[in-house]
Design a protein around this ligand. Structure first.
Ligand SMILES: *Cc1c(COP(=O)(O)O)cnc(C)c1O
Length: 398
């Protein structure tokens, strides 16, 4: 329960923290352990622990059904699924990947690992996502690929990007990690563009410890990805010029299956937390909740709020306050990727809209260990910060 009455009660200024244990922004959900063990028994009894064993085959089938797509190829991580899909799809002889700068903090590194050059585009200020309009100005004679990335709340402009890809002849790949459960205009995410990439790292909606997969309708692409993830060894004994060891193992696949069994329940619990935020965020002045488009299927996984123009305390200070209260709140995709120092080439034009957006959003606690009374306390704290802004700012500046 929230009982602070003056700024000195804030933990950052020496008061007792609001929460005894950490409130995370990850879902931290675990599937049923018996379910995990029963899937695990399959590979254990078969004595096959990796190399496309029975559980992994079952997982790929299950994921293809889940996404209404023909092929699914699993990987040791989302990272390698993305690298290899880019390697397959990039136009030969071309180098640049058009992608948003306001996105997942490792995504440009992944493009560089694929030997390609990130060319950063703006995002739509309302959707916080790449659109055909923001991508088009970045397309030039060097463009190898368009990387459509779904933002944390709702989907990016799938149909617009597909039209741009058709018009320009530049292949379109999606990073759909954040929209794994979603539909776009009623169609399951997973079958758009040339392929879509997903992660099952433990902070994502499906927790497989680690893991990732690529979905596609293209049988030749799926077959090549299977060869590439296994050292590039083709069935006829010849070698694909690109091969690494990026295989999913059976134990991770067993965890993934158990996670899929649990996902509908998880989404209902996520929705309850989202409903609580939906009810309570409007009581905080100068703050806006990013709302899910409920005309589509939503996973309700993360909670993102915008600090509006009138919000009186610097976001960095808000984060210090929240961290001291034991909330692992994080800024939304900030700094933007073009603002970071990296040791590989990138291309960036004027990204002033992204730079403004990178300062405005905040991710709030959610997931398995956050309940409705926590959310009430979190919202009370945010209202308290707003109400006592003058004194809080003074304390930070002295
Ligand atoms: C987590 C994440 C990835 C990478 O997935 P890993 O399985 O952790 O390698 C890629 N893109 C986005 C948007 C992500 O959130």
């Amino acid at each position: 329960m929230f009982s602070k009455t003056q700024p000195a009660d804030l933990a950052v200024f020496g008061g007792a923290p609001l929460f005894d244990t950490i409130r995370s922004i990850s879902n931290l959900v675990q599937p049923d352990v018996e379910q995990f063990l029963s899937y695990s028994r399959t590979f254990f009894d078969a004595r096959q622990y990796t190399d496309y064993g029975p559980v992994e085959q079952q997982l790929e089938k299950r994921l293809a059904e889940f996404h209404h797509v023909e092929h699914c190829v699993s990987f040791a991580g989302g990272f390698w699924g993305l690298v290899l899909a880019m390697k397959c799809l990039a136009l030969p002889g071309k180098t640049e990947v058009v992608m948003p700068s306001l996105t997942y903090r490792r995504l440009a590194d992944i493009v560089a690992w694929a030997g390609l050059v990130p060319h950063f585009c703006e995002v739509d200020p309302l959707k916080l996502a790449i659109t055909a309009e923001t991508a088009a100005p970045c397309i030039n004679e060097n463009t190898a690929l368009i990387l459509g990335v779904h933002p944390i709340v709702n989907c990016c402009d799938v149909e617009g990007l597909e039209a741009l890809s058709a018009q320009t002849g530049i292949p379109l790949l999606f990073d759909a990690v954040e929209s794994v459960y979603e539909t776009y205009r009623g169609r399951k995410v997973g079958s758009a563009g040339k392929a879509e990439c997903f992660s099952m790292q433990s902070s994502k909606l499906f927790n497989a410890f680690e893991g990732g997969y690529v979905t596609t309708h293209d049988a030749a692409l799926a077959a090549r990805l299977r060869v590439m993830r296994d050292f590039g060894l083709r069935e006829d004994g010849t070698l694909d010029p690109i091969g690494i060891d990026a295989k999913q193992n059976e134990m991770h696949a067993a965890m993934a299956l158990a996670a899929i069994d649990d996902v509908e329940d998880q989404v209902l619990r996520n929705r309850d937390r989202y409903r609580a935020y939906q009810r309570l965020v409007p009581t905080v002045p100068d703050m806006r909740l990013l709302t899910f488009d409920e005309t589509e299927r939503c996973g309700y996984k993360n909670i993102v709020v915008e600090l509006l123009d009138g919000w009186p305390v610097k976001r960095a200070h808000v984060l210090s306050i929240l961290h001291a209260e034991h909330m692992l709140s994080r800024p939304y995709y900030s700094p933007a990727l073009h603002q970071k120092r990296v040791d590989y080439p990138t291309v960036a034009g004027d990204l002033s809209a992204t730079e403004v957006l990178a300062e405005r959003f905040l991710m709030l606690p959610c997931g398995h260990f956050v309940d409705e009374s926590d959310i009430e306390a979190i919202i009370a704290l945010l209202g308290f910060i707003h109400a006592h802004a003058a004194e809080i700012n003074q304390r930070f500046s002295s």
